[in-house]
Write a protein that binds this ligand. Structure first.
Ligand code: ADP
Length: 407
């Protein structure tokens, strides 16, 4: 399937919106997955070219890149080659070799966000300490380096209390490396399963909702905040996003305040996704941040005046930030994860999803594997629609049982 088949981009270059010639014309992107792929039309709109560093020629963003450096995202030598081909480097994947890139930064390569921001988010302990330092509310937490004894582990866990959440400090994503520990009996075995990696221990937050918000900041300090959304996870992976979140105005403005504080304290140039917990009594705790576009912001492609992908390129490319308001009363985004079914079954379901009214489907053209994020679908909804029902109808098609004849 060609990369843009079945994809509902707002086609055509809007010449009114085309940036006048500026010094930044080519943007390097570390990572070539779906997040970089979805930058493609925005880059075209803004008159920018993308040069992508990604390990496989089959990675989604290779199809939209003006040039590609075929190398793992943490290959700093390859990033040196990327740097010679672009004016600024941004990220779609944060699992980089920060130390290895320092020399490049010292030699003048511009990273947006800065390597300091990337280094901070690479370790969940450093994230938590940073949130604490700038006065943002954390769950109760502690950490281990990996060489502690079982007795020490037990003592740290007791201080947090059960149930608790154990998370590997580095390289965790989509719930991989995160486990709920119910009691002392599960503690050692869980850490053993995580190979005694450096971990964070956090209180289990009995949240009522999980909320997320995107914020962008430009080099001259302009800030653009998106609406607060609700994210719903299944097995710790985001299943659906409801925009806007149905929360009290005070909660939405609390999220907006957190977003502005983070963008400013990080001296961010780029975009950041912020995940929070909302507990009883409208208390907001920060879970984690990602210094790039984020799954919780995919709805912006179809339901906001400026998509998160365009906003990232505007921020790092020195174009004025765009407006962030919703362009419809509400929207729902449903993630399409790989199923334990044949490729043909996936494609049959895609055909059915394409028939859904008011839906825009994005299929990333990745190899199909169970649990993998393969695509997403956004529904623009009227004010009276019930977003959960709308999401359920889509999920019934994708995640519903297949009959033996269909399989
Ligand atoms: P990852 O980096 O793998 O995405 P997260 O910290 O976002 O890890 O955790 C994934 C999911 O696990 C969260 O969206 C949330 O549903 C659940 N979770 C994480 N931390 C906690 C916590 N302290 N209390 C309750 N649930 C949590």
């Amino acid at each position: 399937m060609p990369p843009w088949d079945n994809v509902g981009w707002h086609n055509g270059i809007d010449t009114m919106d085309q940036a006048s010639p500026r010094s930044i014309q080519r943007v390097g992107v570390i990572g070539g997955g779906q997040l970089a792929w979805m930058m493609g039309p925005a880059a075209q709109k803004l008159g920018l070219e993308l040069v992508v560093q990604t390990p496989q020629s089959t990675d989604p963003a290779v199809a939209i890149a003006a040039a590609t450096v075929l190398a793992p995202v943490a290959d700093a030598a390859a990033t040196a080659s990327l740097a010679t081909q672009c004016d600024v480097i941004t990220f779609e994947n944060e699992f980089i070799d920060c130390g290895g890139l320092q020399t490049l930064a010292q030699q003048g390569t511009v990273f947006r966000p800065s390597l300091e921001v990337l280094a901070l988010v690479l370790d969940k302990r450093h994230q938590r300490e940073f949130f604490e330092r700038i006065g943002l509310p954390n769950p109760r937490y502690t950490w281990l380096e990996g060489d502690e004894s079982e007795a020490e582990l037990a003592a740290r866990a007791e201080a947090i209390g059960y149930p608790l959440v154990m998370k590997t400090r580095r390289l965790g994503y989509d719930g991989y490396g995160t486990a709920v520990v119910q009691d002392a009996a599960q503690l050692g075995t869980t850490w053993h399963r995580l190979n005694h990696a450096p971990v964070l221990l956090e209180e289990f937050v009995p949240f009522q909702q999980e909320l997320a918000i995107m914020v962008a900041r430009s080099a001259r300090g302009d800030v653009a905040v998106y609406p607060t959304v609700e994210t719903q996870q299944v097995d710790q992976i985001c299943r659906r996003v409801l925009a806007p979140a149905r929360v009290r105005a005070a909660v939405a403005s609390r999220l907006e305040g957190i977003a502005r504080t983070l963008a400013e304290e990080l001296e961010l140039v780029g975009i950041v996704g912020i995940e929070c917990f909302l507990t009883a009594g409208d208390r907001v705790l920060v879970n984690e941040i990602a210094p790039r576009t984020h799954n919780s912001g995919h709805y912006t492609l179809d339901a906001c005046a400026t998509s998160q992908f365009e906003q990232q390129l505007r921020a790092v490319g020195d174009r004025p930030l765009g407006p962030t308001a919703l362009t419809c009363p509400q929207a729902v985004m449903v993630n399409l994860l790989g199923l334990d079914e044949s490729d043909a079954s996936h494609h049959r379901k895609l055909e059915r999803l394409k028939q859904q009214p008011r839906a825009t489907l994005y299929w990333y053209n990745k190899a199909i594997r169970p649990g993998r994020k393969l695509g997403h679908l956004t529904l623009r909804l009227d004010a009276g629609a019930e977003p959960r029902d709308a999401a359920a109808a889509i999920e019934a098609i994708w995640y519903g049982e297949v009959t033996p004849e269909e399989a």
